[in-house]
Design a protein around this ligand. Structure first.
Ligand code: SF4
Length: 360
């Protein structure tokens, strides 16, 4: 049709001039109507082509269907009690409940059957309950009975005794100790301390025990208003951890901000740019693993003291039902876990000390 259009237009124009002058006006009106109808038809076709393309364009943006969630790596906060009072703590002492040992073991077995490969025990302070014996028994159970590739602990380090390493060190893959500053005054300001104990000196002692008892040593730091300008390069290099996990201070409603919270962490919070500057200052430290708020929020499977998954999607910790009551598959649906982000942040790494090939 578009090939014929110029010829049709010329014909129409000629016929106009063949008309007597009296009918010229009528012919011009007819010509105008014809031109308008042609233009409307053309624009309608163009619109149809655009509409037709849309499904293809949206197809490209479609999300992949969600993967079914496997609890590959689980963080079990079996106690909320702690001997420290860190101002930004986001798992606070809202209850003093701890499951009976046999119930905790039953839950861990359920997780193993659902695909768990790594368990991390955390708190509160996990060495506080029963002077670390409860924790030791769970660590041993997970390594010997469940044969998990990786068993780890996150602790503030202040209550660990050498005897614990003698009894349970062989069953533990990784010990992560929290340290936010190498300036003891800053640690006091943050609330990481108890009485006259020196957090930094203690860290050095733990490093030595980890070497002696063949436990991989890790450091966790929360970057906040009080340590954001610090340069920790030399001290971290000297301690030589397998990983230095660097978190951006996070607000969690009901834990460290909001009405029923036990902490007010607003004064500790730093911006993304400040966090980036801290990372830039420490770029030489090869074991540094950064974790911004964005990466951290939904990329951990967290179990609380009742073995309920905690869903952090809404900026607070909403509990599922307990895996002991409804099973792992049912409870995990409410975990809010972002498995893609877990993989993206490198959540799956070499986490068994047998595979770490460490030069102790
Ligand atoms: S040591 Fe950990 S659990 Fe204890 S108060 Fe500090 S942040 Fe919270």
């Amino acid at each position: 049709m578009w090939v014929l259009t110029p010829a049709a237009f010329a014909g129409k124009l000629l016929s106009v001039f063949r008309q007597p002058l009296s009918s010229l006006w009528r012919s011009l009106v007819l010509l105008f109507c014809w031109l308008r109808a042609t233009w409307l038809l053309a624009s309608k076709r163009t619109k149809q082509q655009l509409v037709w393309r849309e499904p293809d364009e949206t197809k490209e943006e479609e999300e992949d269907p969600p993967l079914s969630t496997t609890p590959t790596s689980v963080n079990y906060h079996f106690t909320r009690q702690c001997n420290y009072k860190c101002g930004f703590c986001f798992h606070t002492a809202k209850t003093s409940f701890v499951l009976p040992l046999e119930e905790a073991k039953r839950g861990l077995l359920l997780l193993k059957e659902a695909g768990m490969e790594k368990i991390n025990f955390s708190g509160g302070e996990p060495f506080l309950h029963d002077r670390g014996e409860y924790l030791g028994k769970l660590v041993k159970f997970c390594k010997t009975e469940l044969q998990l590739p990786s068993v780890s602990i996150v602790s503030n380090g202040s209550l660990i005794r050498e005897r614990w390493f003698q009894n349970y060190g062989e069953y533990l893959d990784i010990l992560a100790v929290s340290c936010d500053s190498f300036d003891e005054e800053v640690n006091v300001l943050i609330g990481r301390g108890q009485g006259k104990k020196n957090h930094v000196e203690n860290l050095q002692k733990l490093r030595t025990w980890c070497r002696d008892y063949r436990v991989a040593f890790k450091i966790n730091s929360v970057i906040n208003r009080f340590n954001v300008e610090e340069d920790m390069t030399e001290q971290i290099k000297a301690l030589n951890p397998v990983r230095w996990k660097v978190f951006q201070c996070l607000l969690v409603e009901g834990e460290n901000c909001g009405e029923d919270a036990l902490r007010e962490a607003e004064r500790f919070v730093i911006g993304d740019e400040e966090f980036e500057r801290f990372l830039e200052r420490h770029k030489e430290v090869s074991c540094l693993v950064p974790e911004s708020n964005q990466k951290m929020k939904d990329s951990y499977l967290i179990l609380d003291e009742y073995m309920r998954f905690l869903n952090c999607r809404k900026g607070r910790k909403d509990p599922s039902k307990s895996i002991l009551d409804v099973g792992v598959e049912e409870a995990i649906k409410f975990s809010g876990f972002d498995e893609k982000m877990f993989l993206k942040r490198g959540g799956k790494y070499v986490w068994s000390k047998a595979d770490l090939k460490l030069d102790w």
